[in-house]
Design a binder for this molecule. Structure first.
Ligand code: ADP
Ligand code: MG
Ligand code: MG
Length: 251
């Protein structure tokens, strides 16, 4: 069964149609890159999949593990294994990072019919994951994302993914605001999480990120639809030619 199946998705924001008949199938273990110019609807797609309020599906179907997502609240989708790595992670004052991770992990375990993780096992896992990502202990004691640098916020997102083990990782322009070293660390963190059962939707408008996170498929999103799909060579073609040809095709 497909992990994510999107058929003829139409969606709008504030009554403005953004997605206009988008179809995409992601099977377990696959890495799909979605590339497209600014304003094409890439973030709208990720917000729609995660159920962010204000993003309204007007037509089509989105299924995750065979379940219709439109009937599920955002937190249910997260518990079912969808994780969105935000382009601009928000600061959450008052919620300690460690507490946040433990609460989120237990919610996910509960949804899978598992018991709460015990404190020692949690800390062991947390230590291993933070070490791999070069995250200092001090960061774990701070409120989530508060005062984190751009690179730290991205690493914090990758740490959340490492702890929560989502089945679908959506990376929305993960490279934005990152210098090359921070990008490499974040991308290696993502690559370490790749597995035959876990899929990635890697949204970007630069080919550069795909040198680090190698996709199996590349799709061009223009004017709310996927106008072309191919292998990773398509990303290079886009980098050379730009999006102009694709955008005019879509119009
Ligand atoms: P991309 O991520 O590809 O740059 P977006 O999905 O962010 O594109 O935006 C697609 C279009 O939807 C843009 O025209 C943008 O202005 C509009 N849009 C997205 N989110 C909102 C919002 N919350 N309110 C109003 N317009 C929005
Ligand atoms: Mg944008
Ligand atoms: Mg965007």
């Amino acid at each position: 069964m497909a992990l994510l199946e999107i058929i003829n998705l139409h969606a709008q924001v504030e009554d403005k149609p953004i997605l206009k008949g988008l179809s995409l199938t992601v099977n377990p273990g696959e890495v799909h890159a979605i590339m497209g110019p600014n304003g094409a609807g890439k973030s709208t797609l990720s917000n729609l999949i995660t159920g962010r309020p204000g993003y309204e599906q007007t037509e089509g179907t989105v299924r995750f593990k065979g379940q219709d997502l439109s009937a599920m609240a955002p937190e249910e989708r997260a518990r079912a294994g969808i994780f969105l790595c935000f382009q601009y992670p928000v600061e959450i004052p008052g919620v300690g990072f460690t507490t946040f991770l433990r609460t989120a992990l237990n919610a996910r375990r509960k949804a899978r019919g598992e018991s709460e993780i015990d404190a020692a096992a949690f800390l062991t896992r947390l230590k291993a994951a933070t070490k791999a990502l070069g995250i200092p202990d001090a960061m774990l004691k701070r409120p989530l994302n508060v005062g984190f640098s751009g690179g730290e916020k991205k690493r914090a997102e990758v740490l959340q993914m490492a702890m929560l083990e989502p089945d679908l990782m959506i990376l929305d322009e993960m490279d934005s605001g990152l210098d090359i070293d921070a990008l490499r660390i974040a991308a290696e963190g993502v690559n370490a999480l790749r597995s035959p059962t876990r899929s990635v939707l890697c949204i970007t408008h630069y080919q550069r990120l795909l040198d680090y996170i190698e996709p199996d498929f590349v799709h061009v999103l223009a004017d709310g639809r996927i106008v072309r799909s191919g292998g990773k060579e398509l990303a290079r073609e886009l980098e050379e030619k730009g999006y102009a040809d694709f955008v005019s095709q879509a119009a």
